[in-house]
Design a protein around this ligand. Structure first.
Ligand code: SF4
Length: 213
């Protein structure tokens, strides 16, 4: 049996992404530019799943949703709902701490144009599968966007067609873990108001009510 592995900081299993990161390190010598580890509580009640590091955000700082616009609403919301001691995430070595919550990505390495291929998502899914398997049955998962939603289902070997993605949708998975969906908190979605602050907060209100049950 393969040992469980939730992350590998030296992983180069996706040749295109590993080669791209080699180029990015030359172009941006100060950037983190490696697989970005999950960030947060070692024993979370809530696991938030994003897509992949952004070039000038997580890929630069080494922490998910940190250093670019994508994390602004997320960390403000985590602070408002009691999961973060600060409302902003600035750098991997700042004072921000998450309690009861961890953030991970479906794909750990920066993909060109923010688009991992199907193969890359499949290869990296082993880490998410092991991360989910290492967490308890009463875990709540929040998928940010449809790709993260599908990655969670694939990690649990579930049929994607059986669990339709929808903003604020709630799915009880066979093992007991509960999956919530939200539109991704990207700059595009927030600036076009496809995802508003109140829509995002409403999802967290549902999650907190679920966790209090
Ligand atoms: S995306 Fe995942 S599987 Fe692919 S090289 Fe990065 S860490 Fe490894």
């Amino acid at each position: 049996m393969t040992p469980m592995q939730t992350f590998d900081s030296e992983c180069r299993r996706c040749p295109r992404l590993a080669g791209f990161l080699d180029e990015v390190r030359i172009r941006h010598p100060g950037y983190y530019a490696k697989p970005v580890p999950p960030f947060g509580d070692e024993a979370p009640q809530l696991l938030i799943v994003g897509l992949a590091p952004g070039m000038h955000g997580a890929n630069r700082t080494g922490r998910p949703f940190t250093g670019d616009y994508a994390g602004v609403l997320l960390y403000e919301t985590l602070h408002k709902f009691g999961y973060a001691n600060l409302p902003v995430s600035v750098a991997a070595d700042d004072e921000l701490r998450l309690t009861g919550c961890r953030i991970t990505n479906a794909v750990k390495c920066l993909p060109p144009e923010n688009k991992p291929t199907g193969d890359e998502m499949k290869v990296c899914n082993r880490f998410l599968a092991d991360e989910l398997a290492s967490l308890p049955n009463d875990l709540v998962i929040l998928a940010l966007g449809n790709i993260a939603h599908q990655a969670v289902l694939k990690a649990q070997q579930l049929k994607v067609g059986a669990y339709k993605f929808g903003h604020a949708a709630r799915h009880v998975l066979p093992g007991g873990q509960v999956l919530y969906d939200s539109y991704h908190c990207s700059r595009y979605n927030t600036q076009t108001r496809r995802l508003t602050e109140s829509m995002f907060h409403a999802v967290f209100e549902s999650i907190n009510a679920e966790l209090r049950r």
